[in-house]
Design a protein around this ligand. Structure first.
Ligand SMILES: C[S@@+](CC[C@H](N)C(=O)[O-])C[C@H]1O[C@@H](n2cnc3c(N)ncnc32)[C@H](O)[C@@H]1O
Length: 334
């Protein structure tokens, strides 16, 4: 993958070619022999432009690759670094950063990990909101240098940047994990999904995902376990660079959501409270289908339900369910 494709990177994220794109990026971790350490910082400064306007977070300045930069038009063979994901402010990251800045309490005082941090914008937003500890993690080492430069542009001290692959590692204690545009490859998304579960189980970590509705994300199993937190219309220029994607959404990952939507009513009081918060925040309608199992009939939520419909089960379903004869739909009305 070379730079003449830079303007198409966002579009490629919607195609099956992204697997090729990711492995390509992941495999090119060594810096060119002609560019080491401090040289890379100079190279970034000389070959990017400071962008502020025309993103969802005009208050954050970033060094990005734009049509005013020589490599935008130059022979891609001359590009001396791994593919420059860090030189694009992806729509998923834009939505996440906007959401944090609009709701500073989400990151304030928290230990935050921005995984797949790219240009570092979400990590910078968390830091501006008063997070107690922020780590920007990206397997591309150049991203770390770009992030440090971007921190300076925004008047914050350099954030801790890590370049190891944390997915699959022992979960560390983070209160909040941020994932901007990270569900673009099926294998990566599957591994990420498993690892997120281990982080949540180990530390009760809150996980926020920003995504502009890419097919690979919409079709992933994690999608039915998400609560929508915010949606932002993308600036026109971002829409054009992203082949007509118009919105970017912030989701919160709730592994327990399946208890309500698919597997039946498990009955945890904590999940019950979470439903209350959905209804309070967004007036969400909650429908529960249950076949009158004891755990449901005896649960405290039962007295807050309105009967909507009852269906007699087909004989074969009755037999498979030990003589349960009816299944009922309730509306939860706290
Ligand atoms: C589409 S970019 C998103 C960048 C940023 N989050 C944003 O929204 O602007 C995806 C980033 O994930 C990084 N990445 C891919 N696999 C990763 C992994 N296993 N761990 C950390 N970063 C990874 C890539 O290097 C790239 O910078």
């Amino acid at each position: 993958m070379k730079l003449y494709h830079i303007r198409n990177l966002c579009g490629m994220l919607q195609t099956t070619k992204i697997a090729e794109k990711v492995s390509c990026c992941g495999n090119k971790q060594r810096f060119s022999s002609s560019l080491v350490s401090g040289d890379i910082g100079r190279f970034i400064v000389e070959n990017t432009e400071i962008v502020g306007e025309d993103t969802l977070t005009p208050e954050i300045k970033l060094r990005l690759l734009t049509p005013n930069c020589r490599f935008w038009h130059a022979n891609p063979e001359l590009w001396p670094l791994p593919d420059p994901y860090w030189a694009i402010y992806w729509p998923g990251g834009q939505a996440l950063a906007r959401y944090l800045l609009n709701n500073p309490g989400v990151a304030k005082g928290k230990r935050v990990l921005d995984l797949g941090s790219g240009c570092g914008a979400s990590a910078i937003a968390a830091s501006l909101c008063g997070a107690s500890h922020v780590v920007a993690n990206d397997i591309d080492n150049v991203s770390a240098i770009a992030t440090i430069i971007n921190c300076e542009l925004n008047g914050i001290g350099p954030l801790k940047c890590l370049s190891d692959n944390m997915i699959g590692s022992q979960p560390k204690h983070y209160d909040l994990i941020l994932l901007g545009d990270m569900f673009y490859d099926e294998a990566l998304a599957d591994a990420l999904h498993r690892w997120l579960d281990s982080c949540i189980n180990a530390h009760g970590t809150t996980v926020l995902i920003g995504d502009p509705g890419r097919a690979s994300f919409e079709e992933h199993g994690i999608k039915r376990l998400l609560q929508q937190m915010a949606e932002f219309e993308l600036p026109k220029s971002v829409q054009m660079e992203n082949y007509g994607l118009t919105y970017s959404t912030v989701w919160r990952y709730h592994p327990t959501l399946v208890q309500y939507l698919g597997l039946g009513f498990g009955g945890g009081e904590e999940d019950h409270r979470w439903l209350d918060s959905c209804i309070n925040a967004h007036g969400t309608t909650v429908l529960i289908g249950d076949r009158r199992r004891d755990s449901f009939e005896e649960h405290g939520i039962k007295r807050l339900l309105q009967l909507i419909a009852e269906f007699e089960l087909p004989k074969s379903v009755q037999m498979e369910n030990y003589g349960l004869t009816c299944s009922t739909v309730w509306r939860y009305q706290p």
